[in-house]
Design a protein around this ligand. Structure first.
Ligand code: UDX
Ligand code: ADP
Length: 464
């Protein structure tokens, strides 16, 4: 069986970085080299200011860095040296041409595959780590096969299930590891080679081996099911608000049914992150491509409900503030798509603030991890208004009290723990009256806030 001594990972982002750090930590005899075209990112991985914020990651990186974990921009050398290459490049939704707004943009995958084909002089196992549409492996195989120079390739699908903010624990203790490959003797051997890497720390019974397409489709399906649960409970939150039911009570009541389960039933301002929307759009595109319009429409509804939830939250703010927020300061707590990450991709904060800015609000944001530049770049990307106007209308504060001073309302977007222990009496004193709180995460103690004097509006809770 192929013994893996050198691993190369193309892409040093949220997936590639933490995954390779843990593989290097757990497999000290394997040399792991993470490469990227982004020199700044690679340089940051070599310092103690890692390019991504992830609890516990720095400790893992420090343990392995310089021993058997390396970060480099020398992509050719790393490819040449390795027996196994992980592809962890980004696969955003296409913003142009055929499949615009829905299909995954595979140009980074294609470029990486071409690079591997150009450089390789010895046989390689190529592992798809990025989330990809079903049958992408076929395209990768085709690209690799064209200029094979006698080199033999095996393509595996090994989707990543880690969630941001808990990446290190998810990697250390995964529910399962999924490895898909060709069901040929060579394919099965490659599956075994990757299995033996994970078996350094994952019990064998948790390593699931499947055919290639099943593995690719399982990743999309897992994310679609998770997102669907959030959209389902969010749809019920709208009903709770008009009927006077409490969505947290409903979620608890249904979640105790072991067939339903209690996880991923937290109603919110809407899900964000780099995966859910992208993967569902991808699934929808795939269904349309294979002429399954009913299946496509079914999954599309998960996105429609999520967009509705974000819009509804912003509309509720405007409606409560006497139908206009023009010139009013709205203090926003949180910009990241969830707590314990500095990732802002598809965060509800972007859409909620854009909606408020359309109604001419002055938005002041505080987030403990997200830099101002990311917030402006997220907003500018929407192209709703010129960048200069975004700069003028959105203020980024380094201190939560400053963001909320003189505000008419507080909007909680991210469930950062530190928001729970703010001095809410001081905040109330410094705000315009009536002082509103729109809790998009049902994070705070609403009873206590009402005692202080706040008018509290929460997701999925009937009127006071
Ligand atoms: C997700 C999947 O969980 C992970 O397995 C996959 O590999 C990548 O996509 P991630 O996007 O990092 O991970 O975060 P996740 O914890 O799933 O949260 C996604 C979004 O849903 C966040 O905006 C979160 O706030 C929201 N969410 C989650 C809810 O609104 N309610 C919930 O009950 C759970
Ligand atoms: P993810 O969340 O999937 O990890 P990121 O955007 O955080 O996505 O990371 C993907 C990384 O892949 C980026 O740092 C990007 O520079 C890198 N990348 C994209 N294309 C290539 C390529 N052809 N060669 C090397 N690195 C690449």
């Amino acid at each position: 069986m192929t013994k893996i001594k050198n691993i190369c990972c193309i892409g040093a982002g949220y997936v590639g970085g933490p995954t390779m750090a843990v593989i290097a930590q757990k497999c000290p005899e394997i040399k792991v080299t993470v490469v990227d075209i982004n020199a700044e990112r690679i340089a940051a991985w070599q310092t103690d200011e890692l390019p991504i914020y992830e609890p516990g990651l720095l400790e893992v990186v420090k343990e392995a860095r310089g021993r058997n974990l390396f970060f480099s921009t020398d992509i050719d050398k790393a490819i040449e040296e390795s027996e196994m290459i992980f592809m962890s490049v980004n696969t955003p939704t296409k913003t142009y041409g055929v499949g615009k707004g829905r299909a995954a943009d595979l140009k980074f995958i294609e470029l990486s595959a071409r690079k591997i084909a150009e450089i390789s002089k010895s046989d390689k196992i190529v592992v798809e780590k990025s989330t990809l549409p079903v049958r992408t492996a076929q395209s990768i195989k085709a690209i690799l096969g064209e200029q094979s120079n006698g080199v033999k390739y095996q393509v595996l699908s090994n989707p990543e299930f880690l969630a941001e903010g808990t990446a290190v624990t998810d990697l250390h203790n995964p529910d399962r590891v999924l490895i898909g490959g060709d069901q040929t003797p060579e394919g099965l051997e490659a599956i075994e080679a990757l299995t033996s890497v994970y078996a350094h720390w994952v019990p064998r019974e948790r390593i699931i081996q499947t055919r290639l397409w099943s593995s690719e489709l399982s990743k999309l399906t897992a994310n679609a099911f998770l997102a669907q649960r959030i959209s389902s409970i969010n749809s019920i939150s709208a009903l709770c608000e008009v009927t006077g039911a409490d969505v947290d009570e409903v979620a608890y009541a249904i979640g105790t049914d072991t067939r339903i389960g209690s996880k991923f039933l937290k109603s919110s301002v809407g899900f964000g992150g780099s995966c859910f929307q992208k993967d569902i759009l991808n699934l929808v595109y795939l269904c349309e491509y294979f002429n399954l319009p009913e299946v496509a429409a079914y999954w599309d509804q998960v996105i429609i409900m999520n967009d509705y939830q974000k819009r509804r939250f912003a509309q509720n703010i405007i409606h409560s503030l006497f139908n206009t927020v023009s010139g009013k300061k709205i203090g926003m707590l949180g910009w990241a798509f969830k707590k314990d990450t500095n990732d802002t991709r598809e965060s509800a904060a972007i859409y909620v603030s854009d909606f408020l800015l359309e109604d001419l609000a002055q938005v002041s944001v505080y987030d403990p991890q997200v830099p101002a530049a990311s917030m402006y770049s997220d907003l500018n990307y929407l192209q709703t208004r010129p960048a200069a106007e975004n700069k003028q209308m959105l203020e980024v504060c380094k201190d939560p009290y400053e963001a909320l001073k003189d505000a008419h309302a507080v909007a909680i977007i991210t469930e950062w723990d530190e928001f729970k222990t703010l001095d809410w009496e001081r905040i109330y004193r410094d705000m315009q009256k009536p002082a509103f709180i729109f809790d998009g995460r049902n994070l705070l103690d609403h009873e206590n806030l009402r005692k202080i004097g706040f008018k509290v509006k929460a997701i999925g809770k009937g009127e006071e």
